[in-house]
Design a protein around this ligand. Structure first.
Ligand code: 8YV
Length: 315
C-alpha cells in the first residue's frame, strides 16, 4: 500500500499490523505526478490526498492497483469513471468530517459578520485607544435568513448549528432534506430564490460537471447588498472572478473563503480585499477528524484488498 503523505492516526502501523506492506511518501510538499507514478506503480492500494491528481495518465500506470482511498470526502481529483473501467475501487471519507467542517463554517460566518480578523489585527497593531460605540460594528445572526447551498451531511450539520443562532433557514438541494425541514424549519427553494433572499449564503456542494460555476454571474448578481457568502466546499462551484468583482465594488458585504479556484495558486486580487476572510482549506482540520479520516481510508483499503465491500465506496 502506498500512502502519498504522512497522515495522522498511525494508520501505517494499523495496516502493517493487518499484514500489509506499507510505504509512505515523506516529502515536505505534495508529491508530484511523476513521483506518484513511480512510487505507486506496483502498489495494490493507494491512499491519496486531494492535491494528488489521479487522472487517466496516472491510473494507466498503476498496473496492480485495486483500490484508491481518497483522504477527503470530495473526490474531484480522481477520474472515477476511468478507475471503474480499470476495475479500481475508489473510496472517500464521508460523515467523519461533517462536524469539523460545520464548525469551521460557523467560525467563518462569524468572522465575516463580526469582523473578527480585522478587530484582532487592530489590537496587535496597538490601535485600541478605548471603547467607542461604533468600534467594529458587525451584524447579528439572530433573525437573519441563512441559505444553505447543498444540504448533504455537512449542510445538515451547518443547519443544526446555525439554527441555534435563531436564524431562518432556506436550502437548495436535489432532494428533500427531512432533518433540515422537520428539526430546523428549513425551506427547500430554488437556487435563484436562495441567492436573492438570504442574508448569509453558505456553500456545501461537491464539485462535479453539474456544479462547476453553478453560482455564476447571474446567481451572484441576485445577492443582497448586505449579504455574506462563505464557501467551504470547492472554489470552482462559484465564479470566483466575478465574486471578486462584486467584493471590490462593495456590491455585497463580505465573503469567507476556505476553498479557491486553482488551489493553491489563489487569485492575488483576493489578498488585496478588505471585506474577505481567507483560510487555507482547513474545513476538516481537527486532530479528531483527521485521525478518523485516516482510519476510514485505511479500513477502506483493507476491505477492498481482502475482497470485501469497502465501507464508503464512490464507484
Ligand atoms: C480535506 C476536503 O481535508 O474532504 C474534503 O473533501 O476538502 C477536506 O476535508 C482535504 O481535501 C484533504 O485531502
Amino acid at each position: 500500500i502506498f500512502i502519498t503523505s504522512k497522515l495522522p492516526g498511525k494508520i501505517d502501523r494499523y495496516l502493517r499490523a493487518k499484514g500489509f506492506t506499507v510505504s509512505v511518501y515523506n516529502g515536505k510538499e505534495p508529491i508530484t505526478k511523476n513521483e506518484l507514478i513511480k512510487k505507486a506503480a506496483k502498489a495494490n492500494g493507494v491512499i491519496s490526498l486531494l492535491s494528488d491528481k489521479i487522472d487517466r495518465e496516472v491510473l494507466s500506470e498503476l498496473t496492480n492497483c485495486k483500490v484508491i482511498a481518497n483522504y477527503a470526502v470530495g473526490y474531484n481529483n480522481i477520474d472515477v469513471r476511468y478507475a471503474k473501467e480499470k476495475g479500481i475501487v475508489v473510496t472517500n471519507t464521508p460523515g467523519v468530517l461533517s462536524d469539523a467542517t460545520a464548525e469551521l463554517t460557523i467560525s467563518l460566518i462569524l468572522a465575516c459578520s463580526r469582523r473578527l480578523i480585522d478587530a484582532e489585527k487592530f489590537m496587535r497593531e496597538g490601535k485600541f485607544k478605548g471603547w467607542m460605540p461604533d468600534l467594529f460594528l458587525g451584524t447579528e445572526l439572530k433573525g437573519k435568513t441563512v441559505g444553505i447551498v447543498g444540504a448533504g451531511e455537512i449542510g445538515t450539520e451547518v443547519a443544526r448549528r446555525i439554527n441555534a443562532f435563531k436564524t431562518k433557514i432556506l436550502y437548495f438541494n436535489r432532494s428533500k432534506n427531512s432533518i433540515v425541514e422537520d428539526e430546523f424549519k428549513g425551506k427547500k427553494v430554488s437556487l435563484n430564490y436562495l441567492m436573492k433572499n438570504s442574508d448569509i449564503i453558505t456553500v456545501h456542494l461537491p464539485l462535479t460537471a453539474d456544479t462547476y460555476h453553478i453560482i455564476d454571474r447571474e446567481k451572484l448578481k441576485l445577492m443582497k447588498k448586505s449579504a455574506i457568502i462563505v464557501n467551504v466546499a470547492r472554489g470552482e462551484v462559484i465564479d470566483e472572478k466575478y465574486l471578486i468583482e462584486l467584493l471590490k465594488k462593495k456590491r455585497i458585504k463580505a465573503a469567507g473563503f476556505d476553498v479557491y479556484e486553482n488551489e493553491p495558486d489563489i487569485n492575488p486580487e483576493l489578498t488585496k480585499l478588505k471585506n474577505v476572510v481567507l483560510l487555507p482549506h482547513i474545513g476538516s482540520a481537527t486532530t479528531e477528524t483527521r485521525e478518523a479520516m485516516a482510519l476510514l481510508a485505511a479500513r477502506n483499503v483493507e476491505a477492498a484488498l481482502k475482497g470485501k465491500k469497502p465501507i464508503t465506496p464512490v464507484n
